[in-house]
Design a protein around this ligand. Structure first.
Ligand SMILES: Nc1ncnc2c1ncn2[C@@H]1O[C@H](COP(=O)(O)OP(=O)(O)OP(=O)(O)O)[C@@H](O)[C@H]1O
Ligand SMILES: [Mg+2]
Length: 258
């Protein structure tokens, strides 16, 4: 279980997370929604330890994250796989090498990890990477350079990489924002399959409300750093959804089309 107690974070005096309390059971799949700047990415980054809250605490399976303890942070991060909007892969390296990098649990620091040789990894690790590439249905591109792949293919590679570290939790920050609708649904299906078959907790920041409605039962809505809704999306009516995004009914058509 992930438990957030009274998490508050300010950037330059602005409160970005405002007394967030949240409990997430192992194996849940949750969508996080909310307008731009509402704190979604910051929330996710407190859970993986990249943002240190000013107040409050986060524990995973009863163990509190100790932000000042590097070893504790490393151990905790190893349990959390990250998926990003822009994939964060090393573009000029092969698919297989990118997935193997996941076993180091270091790929999510935003710095391209340069792997000089595939020989760094054991036979077992390579077999596992190939098995994961099979699982995400992109085994045939294992030796292809990442910069030759489509966006949907890149996201599959990024998902395989995240799985390489055997995570208990997957945090996906707008994983489909750069993909067309059909590819988006395939990636969401893949993330939900991972959640169901492997029991990995899934937290997914999404902007497309229809995708959320069709695929997620529990939805957390953030507005100005506060959780203003947590529950089944069917309980949120259209007016509440529009007000979450501060959209007038007359603007609705434009917004839906965006
Ligand atoms: N490292 C940082 N330093 C200063 N301000 C930050 C930092 N990270 C985020 N912020 C600010 O915190 C607020 C919330 O940002 P955050 O990225 O969490 O929003 P978001 O809900 O993910 O938005 P979007 O939908 O646009 O991705 C914004 O005003 C942003 O400028
Ligand atoms: Mg964000």
């Amino acid at each position: 279980m992930i438990s957030l107690q009274n998490i508050t974070k300010k950037f330059k005096g602005d409160t970005v997370l405002d007394n967030i309390c949240l409990k997430i059971q192992q194996g849940e799949s949750i969508a996080i929604i909310g307008p731009s700047g509402s704190g979604k990415t910051t929330l996710i980054r407190t859970i993986n330890g990249f943002v240190i809250p000013d107040n409050g605490s986060i524990s995973i399976d009863g163990k509190e994250i100790k932000y000042s303890d590097k070893k504790n942070l490393r151990q905790m991060r190893k349990r959390i796989g990250m998926i990003y909007q822009l994939f964060n892969l090393v573009e000029r390296t092969s698919v297989l090498e990118n997935v193997l990098a996941g076993s180091l649990g270091r790929y999510d620091n935003g710095v391209g990890l340069v792997l000089s040789t595939i020989g760094l990894f054991s036979k077992e690790e390579k077999e596992k990477a190939m098995e994961l590439l099979r699982f995400v249905d992109i085994e045939h591109k294992a030796s292809e350079r990442v910069d030759r792949l489509s966006g949907g293919e890149k996201q599959r590679v990024a998902i395989a990489r995240a799985l390489m570290q055997n995570p208990d939790i997957l945090l996906a920050d707008e994983p489909i924002a750069n993909l067309d609708p059909k590819t988006s649904q395939k990636i969401i299906d893949l993330l939900l399959k991972i959640n169901e078959e492997k029991g990995i907790t899934l937290l997914c920041v999404l902007h497309h409300i229809d995708t959320v409605k069709d695929n997620f039962n529990r939805v957390i809505a953030l507005k100005k750093g506060k959780i203003i809704f947590d529950g089944k999306i069917s309980l949120l009516n259209k007016t509440e959804l529009l007000s979450l995004y501060e959209i007038e009914e007359s603007e609705e058509f434009e917004w839906m089309a965006a």
